[in-house]
Structures are given as structure tokens and as C-alpha cells.
Design a protein around this ligand. Structure first.
Ligand SMILES: Cc1cc2nc3c(=O)[nH]c(=O)nc-3n(C[C@H](O)[C@H](O)[C@H](O)COP(=O)(O)OP(=O)(O)OC[C@H]3O[C@@H](n4cnc5c(N)ncnc54)[C@H](O)[C@@H]3O)c2cc1C
Ligand code: SF4
Ligand code: SF4
Ligand code: SF4
Length: 400
């Protein structure tokens, strides 16, 4: 067996590695840092199991939306400390409190973001926040299956391709399994993040113990950036988008894994029982009570199991129904994959030659463009706040 699935479609979901009965599969980095499975021919027995569990070879069933809400955690602290509305934490906490187990991404080691198993409420904090990098699953799927077989409720939170990998690996439906998938732009390989941290933190790099990609201030929408903390939670380095160029490149699809640009999960039908994403109420018109600016999410319920989980936490969240068609209209990643940035190939050439530092001029050029667009939007918004001007402009555009 040479190739499990076409390399350009592989999402590095680890399903094949976990399924292989002879431990013949390793995931190895290419020159960009993207992980791909490599089969050891001498121990492979050609059983074909890796292809049976691979979601590229056997695509999973996708579910159409059953209910859709804009929502956030009723507990303000839960909302404040999450990337968006804090719903992943509410759902995870509920499962753990009832004796279940959560599998989610932790950035407690900044240089090695990975999925971990959590069965204590105190350990849930590390799962909070979106880590804008590929999270490694390792051999965790075997443990996940053991938890399911032991009858414990299990919730897996991850990107849709990871959820597809878990479903593929399990190969049957367990009634005690709950999958939460995130609306997803794409993921950069860890090598890019590590190189960026070293570039920005310089001599202080060894002090960095954890990393964050969004920050919130009371009453404000979350801000994208890169923030590196030491072991005591003190900031070693931090800056905001767009001058922070890892965040800038991430938002611009400059350095994702190649398969993200043809992602089969960037569509309205979903692989998770529940889907979570950001809801940006930019015009301030969303019909929710207080605390809107501290982060609100799209909550999309796709299965009967998702409905049950939603009903279980109904008292712990603030939510109102919202048409799914509005979500798909607002959020591009519910209808199509992110297009590769025009300078992406240049980025990679420079990165491979000299690391993140060598890509600075490419990213600085993009920053200028982003700043221009931000300014244009601000001017537009300011114009539209003057009522008679808005009417006048609407009349002109209507006539022409
Ligand atoms: C790589 C990535 C890209 C995203 N792109 C978009 C987008 O384009 N549009 C959009 O609307 N929303 C996107 N999101 C989702 C968004 O950032 C929030 O995670 C989501 O709204 C849920 O917010 P929350 O406050 O409930 O949970 P959070 O506090 O954000 O918790 C997030 C949960 O996601 C899991 N998680 C965090 N990082 C990763 C990772 N790297 N890989 C797998 N699982 C992870 C954690 O286990 C945790 O349980 C993305 C998330 C990630 C991780
Ligand atoms: S064919 Fe079987 S033994 Fe060979 S790599 Fe795949 S799962 Fe492992
Ligand atoms: S199972 Fe996942 S990691 Fe393995 S080849 Fe398929 S997509 Fe890649
Ligand atoms: S864009 Fe698609 S392939 Fe890439 S990480 Fe997200 S779900 Fe996976």
C-alpha cells in the first residue's frame, strides 16, 4: 500500500493511523510542515483497513440543518473567556458533569497544539478558545473508542474533517457519541506557527508556554491576533490583526494545508450533530438581549442527537431562532472553501527558504491592502449613519 488517499485531499485526521492493526502508519511532515501518512511497507499486511476508515475514500453522511440559533453562554464568564459565545464550553461542561468525557484541542503547549481527553471540569479551561493551527489527534481515537465502549458519553469538538475522521474510525454509530464541528476557514501547519512565535518572541521564545489567537475586552467583539503567554499566564508577546502578520496571513488564507482549499465540508450540510461558528452582528440588529458584543455564535443543530443535547443545556444558554439561510448568506465557509491567497505560493517559497522572518515583505504588502479596505469600510459606514445621505444614495443607486 503506497498511498491511502490522494495526498492533496488528505486532512491529516489520523483515522488511518489509529485503525492500522500493525502500527505501520506514521504521519510525517513535508517541507512546509504539513503532516501526511507514510506506510511502512515491510510491516503492512495489505488489509485495507486504513482506506475503509479514511473519510476521503469513504465520505461521511452529512446532515441538513434542523434548527438554527444565534446564541451565547448565559454565564457571562463562560462567554467572556471563550473565542465566541462560549457554547462549546457549555456543552462540554454538561457532558463532563454527567460523567462523560470531552475530546478537544489544547494549546497548553504552544509549540504542539493537540487534542486531549478531559474528564474533569477543572481541566476544561484549556479547551477554550480557537487555536488557528492544525491540532494533532495522535493515537487518541483508540481511547475515545474505549470510552464509548465503556458506556460513557463522549463529546468530540473539532474541525469538520477531524469529526469526519472520528466517524470513519468508529465505523458505526454509538448512541453515546456527540460530535461538534466548527465552521472552518482552514488550518496552517504547526511549523508556521512555531516559526512565527520564534520570530516575534526572539530571545524570549523559551518562556512561551501557551498561545491564544483572539482576545476580548469587556463589552467588545473579540479581536484577532497572536498572544503568547508564559507559564504564569503573563504575556510574553502579543499584537492584533492586521499588524500581527500570523493573524493576517491566517485570515487571508496565505498558509493553510492544501486540502483546505477544496474542503468538502465547507457547505451547508454538516458532519457534526451540532455546528458552532461566529455570528458577527456588525450592524447591531440581531434580536438578542444583553452581552451581544462579548461574543455571539451561530448554533446549528443537525441531528436528533444534537436536538437532545441542545435541549439538555437550554437553560444554560441565551438563544433566539435565526434563519439558516441568513447564516449561509453571511458566513462564506458554510457554502464554499476559502480561496488560496494570490501570494500563497510566494509565501511558501520564502517560508521554506528562510522561515517566517523571510515572508515579512509579502505579508507587509498584504497588510497595506487590508488597511486600505478597513478605511474604505469605515468611510462607507460613516456615510450610511447620516440618514438623509443614506436615502439620497439609495435613490441614486436605485435610479442607475
Ligand atoms: C481553525 C479554526 C477555524 C475557524 N474558522 C471559522 C470561520 O471561518 N468562521 C466561523 O464562523 N467560525 C470559525 N471557527 C469557529 C470559531 O472560531 C469558534 O470556535 C466557534 O464559534 C465556537 O466558539 P465557542 O466560543 O463556542 O468555543 P471556543 O471557546 O472557541 O472553543 C472552541 C472549541 O473548539 C476546539 N478547537 C479549538 N481550536 C481547534 C483546532 N485548531 N482544531 C480543532 N478544534 C479546535 C476546542 O476543542 C474547543 O472545544 C474556526 C475555528 C477554528 C478552530
Ligand atoms: S493496509 Fe492495513 S496494515 Fe497496511 S497500512 Fe493500511 S491498515 Fe495498516
Ligand atoms: S484517514 Fe485521514 S490522515 Fe489518513 S489518509 Fe485519510 S485523510 Fe489522510
Ligand atoms: S477547511 Fe476543511 S479540511 Fe481544512 S481544516 Fe477546516 S474542515 Fe479541515
Amino acid at each position: 500500500m503506497m498511498e491511502i488517499c490522494p495526498k492533496e485531499q488528505c486532512a491529516s485526521c489520523y483515522a488511518c493511523l489509529n485503525a492500522c492493526p500493525t502500527a505501520s502508519i506514521q504521519l510525517q511532515e513535508d517541507e512546509r510542515g504539513c503532516l501526511y501518512p507514510v506506510v511502512n511497507q515491510s510491516s503492512c499486511i495489505d488489509c485495507g483497513l486504513c482506506q475503509k476508515v479514511c473519510p476521503v475514500c469513504q465520505p461521511p453522511t452529512l446532515h441538513s440543518c434542523k434548527e438554527s440559533y444565534i446564541a451565547y453562554a448565559a454565564n457571562h464568564r463562560e462567554q467572556q473567556t471563550a473565542a465566541s459565545g462560549g457554547l462549546a464550553a457549555v456543552l462540554s461542561r454538561h457532558v463532563v458533569r454527567h460523567g462523560g468525557v470531552v475530546y478537544g484541542a489544547s494549546a497548553v503547549d504552544a509549540f504542539n497544539v493537540q487534542h486531549v481527553r478531559v474528564d474533569k471540569e477543572a481541566d476544561l479551561e484549556q479547551l477554550k478558545g480557537s487555536k488557528y493551527v492544525h491540532s494533532k489527534i495522535g493515537v487518541l481515537l483508540k481511547t475515545l473508542k474505549e470510552d464509548l465502549q465503556a458506556g460513557r458519553d463522549v463529546i468530540f469538538v473539532g474541525t469538520p474533517c477531524q469529526v469526519a475522521g472520528v466517524r470513519g474510525f468508529l465505523r458505526k454509530d454509538y448512541p453515546n457519541f456527540f460530535a461538534l464541528d466548527l465552521v472552518c476557514h482552514g488550518v496552517p501547519p504547526q511549523k508556521v506557527l512555531n516559526s512565527a512565535i520564534a520570530y516575534y518572541c526572539g530571545d524570549e521564545t523559551s518562556r512561551v508556554k501557551s498561545v491564544r489567537f483572539r482576545r476580548k475586552e469587556e463589552g467588545q467583539h473579540s479581536i484577532y491576533g497572536l498572544y503568547c503567554d508564559d507559564a504564569g499566564g503573563q504575556l510574553v508577546y502579543g499584537d492584533d490583526h492586521p499588524q500581527q502578520h500570523y493573524a493576517l496571513g491566517f485570515m487571508a488564507a496565505m498558509f493553510y494545508r492544501p486540502n483546505c482549499h477544496t474542503c468538502p465540508y465547507a457547505c451547508p450540510d454538516r458532519v457534526g450533530d451540532i455546528t458552532l461558528g461566529d455570528f458577527w452582528d456588525r450592524d447591531g440588529k440581531a434580536a438578542l438581549p444583553a452581552q451581544k458584543t462579548d461574543g455571539i455564535s451561530m448554533l446549528i443543530v443537525n441531528t436528533e442527537r444534537g436536538k437532545k443535547l441542545m435541549a439538555d443545556v437550554r437553560n444554560e444558554i441565551v438563544c433566539v431562532e435565526h434563519p439558516y439561510t441568513d447564516f449561509t448568506r453571511r458566513n462564506g465557509q458554510l457554502t464554499h472553501p476559502m480561496r488560496r491567497h494570490a501570494s500563497s505560493e510566494n509565501f511558501w517559497k520564502s517560508f521554506v527558504a528562510g522561515g517566517f522572518a523571510a515572508t515579512e515583505s509579502i505579508l507587509a504588502k498584504h497588510e497595506k491592502l487590508v488597511r486600505k479596505n478597513i478605511l474604505k469600510k469605515k468611510i462607507k459606514r460613516a456615510i450610511y449613519t447620516i440618514p438623509f445621505l443614506e436615502k439620497l444614495l439609495l435613490m441614486i443607486f436605485h435610479k442607475s
